[in-house]
Structure formats: C-alpha cells, structure tokens
Design a protein around this ligand. Structure first.
Ligand SMILES: *Cc1c(COP(=O)(O)O)cnc(C)c1O
Length: 424
C-alpha cells in the first residue's frame, strides 16, 4: 500500500466519494476531531431535525404527538426502521429507546431465564463496566452470586479476546452470553457470526453490544441469528450527547412479553384504551417502557438520512483505508518512539478506531489537545484515534499523524502530567 504523503492525501480527498458530507457537519474550528467514536459531531441535518420537533412543540403543543411534521408518537418506530439497514435487521426488529444500560436491563429481564443447571452468564473481562454492572445486578435480582454465575472470559494480552476461548466457555451451565461487537479499548471486532453459531448450537441466548460498531461497519444480525443487541447513538451515529439508544430483538422472539413492561410497550392501537392488562406490540417496540425522549431522539433522524445516502459499505471502506494508513504510519515512524498498536491488524478483525499503547499516553493526549487534535484516552495507557468517514479527510489524517510524530519526537508531552482528567 502507498504511503500517506501530503500529495497522496490531496489526491485521495479529490477522489473520495464521501467528500461532500464534510460540509454537512459543524466542525470545531481549527481542530482535528478524532473522537467521533466517543461523541460524534453535530450535522446540519441533525440540527434541523431537532429544530423541527421544537417547532412542532411550539406550534402544536400536545398535538405534536400525532400532527407534527414528525409525529412524536411514531418517532421511535420510524428511527428503528431507518436504523435497520445499518445492522442487517428487519424494520420491526429495531426500536430507538433507552440507553445501552437500560436496554441491557430490559433485554436481560426478558431473555435471561435460568433453568435447571443452565444458570450462568458468559461475558468477557474487557467489556465496558456498565455492561458488567448490569449483568451482575440482574444475577443478583435472580438470587445468584455474580462471583459464581458470571463467567468473564480472560484476555491473553489484556487488549484482545480469542473467539475460541469464548466458545470454550459456552458449556451446558450457560444460559446467556453477552459480548461487545467491537471492544471499546482495543477496537477488536469479534466474529459475531461464529460466536452466534456456537451459542445457538448449545441452546444459549446470545446478545451483543454494538456501541463501537454501529455506524462504523455493516452487520447482518437477522441472518446471523443474533437474539438481541443494544447500542447507543451518540458515538458513530452522531445523535448528540445523551442521544437515545436502540435495541434489536430477532423476529423469532417478537410477540414475547417484555421483562420490564410500561405503557409504551403496548400495541399502539390499544395503548390509549388504558387497559390494565398489557397487549404488547408485535414489534421490538414492545421493549420500550415509558414516554420516548423526543428531543434526544429527533437529531438521529437527520443523522440516519446521511447514512442512508452514503451507505454503510462506503463508510466502512473509507474507514478501513484510513485506519490502514494510520497503522502503516505508526509502524514505520512511531514504533521506535514507544508506540505499539493494540487493535488486530486484519480488516475483518478491527473496528473504526486505531488503538495505540504508550507509557505516556495520558500526557501525549494532553499535548495533542494543545495542538488542536482531539484524541481519546483510556486508562491507563491507551490512545484511541478514530477517523470518521464523513468528516475526517485524508489531509486531516496526514496532519494528525505529523502532529503526533512531532510531539513524541521532541518530547513535547513531557510538560504535561501523565495522569487522566476526570472525564477521559
Ligand atoms: C459507550 C458505552 C456504554 C455506555 O452506556 P450508556 O448506557 O449509553 O451510557 C456502554 N457499553 C459500552 C460497551 C459502551 O461503549
């Protein structure tokens, strides 16, 4: 593969089929934003979608639920249907609701059914804490001791997992397995299809957390037979801080009663009958609970329009190309400066960000910020850099690499403390 020189970058930008999308985003001034995997930037379409809902409220009051330009009563279902192509789902299998953590609680309450000796949950030791907290509290609600009933698959290197050791853990005492699609620190993409197949063979319910893969790469959840999935929308989906999350429930489970019911779990035609016996929706909508957070959902509508136009395959192609350039640069120019790459290098095993390990990661991140690059630090020694196909140009990427090299080559990180800030 060619090297990313300035000339190559300019040429690739000219040929980039996604180039027109950059102008659709509000980009922080004089800044290279490499943290779209933590909080995506605001697009003009998302801004407009939010303003439309505000306008509906302003002009229609309560009638906005049914008569607004984007009627709020159907917004979560509409967003679910527009999300479906990003994960290979049928529209009825997806709903926009809750957050990763609340959706996980809902789906564990629905799908974790310990029976006989099948009582254990398999997870991994590298997942995001919130997912593990949810698993432990659900076990406790069932009267089980997490130290005995939660099996966390170990990582050999502290950054990645082996699919084979996950599959080895799926024995006849396991009721459910929950894993991330892409690991949040190292960016490893697990083989969802292979793990799902192994779980199915053993009669184990399988769920995935798509936080770091939705909006970054395509999925085939329906065809793979994944039972359920959860995700947030404020990372690669650019829905804004606290943007409402989403969930997937496979068609074969639709019609099932939600573990945690509320009036928005209802079949929509019956909801206002106000009956005390719930008739759940026949779709993934059944896994909603209370009134949808319209003002934190609306921006996603604009953002999903952009994905629909661009196509997730194109997004993935550019992302793979950009992260490949970064890895090559790091191996050639930065390896001797103390950097190693934590993410797997193969295309089919890495997500949308490059994960760099360096002893002085915290102070390097501070120096990057001073040089107008927004990175992402994960304790104790990981720098995550995510080029975003919609708004990171090849020229931007080249500049970021040059800035990083300049910092470390001249020890510019030394004037910062090598410890994390409150939010990192
Ligand atoms: C971002 C992230 C979360 C955050 O959960 P919320 O409920 O949306 O706050 C949880 N799990 C993983 C794996 C994440 O990456």
């Amino acid at each position: 593969m060619q090297r990313l020189t300035k000339e190559v970058a300019v040429k690739l930008d000219q040929e980039d089929p996604l180039q027109q999308f950059k102008q659709e985003f509000h980009l922080p001034e004089n800044t290279y934003y490499m943290d779209g995997n933590s909080l995506g930037l605001l697009s003009k379409r998302s801004e407009q979608a939010l303003l439309t809902s505000l306008q509906d409220w302003k002009q229609l009051g309560i009638n906005g639920w049914t008569e607004g330009k984007e009627p709020w009563f159907y917004l979560s279902e509409k967003l679910g249907a527009k999300t479906a192509p990003l994960i290979g789902a049928k529209p009825a299998e997806v709903i926009n609701t809750g957050s990763i953590t609340t959706n996980l609680h809902q789906l564990l309450a629905t799908f974790y059914k310990p029976e006989g000796k099948k009582t254990k949950i398999v997870a991994d030791e590298l997942n995001f804490p919130s997912d593990i907290y949810a698993l432990k509290s659900q076990l406790e609600l069932h009267g089980y001791e997490p130290s005995e009933h939660l099996v966390q698959v170990k990582s050999a290197d502290g950054y990645t997992l082996s699919e084979d050791s996950i599959i080895d853990a799926l024995n006849d005492e396991v009721a459910l397995v929950l894993l991330p699609s892409v690991l949040y620190r190292s960016g490893q993409l697990l083989n969802i299809e292979k793990i799902t197949e192994a779980a199915k063979d053993r009669g184990i319910t399988v769920g995935f957390d798509l936080a770091h893969s939705i909006g970054a790469l395509p999925h085939e959840l329906h065809d793979w037979g994944v039972d359920f999935a959860v995700w947030c929308t404020y990372k690669y989906l650019n829905s804004g801080p606290g943007g409402v999350g989403g969930l997937f429930v496979h068609e074969k489970h639709l019609g099932r009663k939600p573990g945690l019911a509320g009036w928005f779990s209802s079949n929509k035609d019956k909801q206002f009958d106000m009956d005390h016996d719930l008739t759940p929706a026949e779709s993934a909508g059944a896994f909603q609970m209370g009134t949808p957070h319209i003002l934190s959902s609306a921006p996603l509508l604009g953002s999903l329009d952009i994905f629909q136009e661009a196509g997730i395959e194109q997004v993935r192609q550019k992302s793979l190309k950009q992260t490949r350039f970064m890895m090559n640069f790091i191996e050639e120019e930065l390896a001797q400066l103390g950097f190693t790459i934590a993410n797997p290098e193969e295309d089919q095993r890495r997500g949308g960000h490059v994960s760099l390990i360096h002893e002085e990661a915290a102070s390097i991140c501070k120096a990057l910020k001073q040089a107008h690059v927004i990175p992402d630090f994960r304790s104790p020694n990981v720098i995550r850099l995510a080029p975003i196909a919609f708004y990171t140009s090849y020229t931007d990427l080249y500049e970021v690499m040059m800035i990083l090299k300049d910092i470390v080559k001249h020890g510019k990180q030394k004037k910062f403390k090598n410890e994390r800030d409150t939010i990192a």
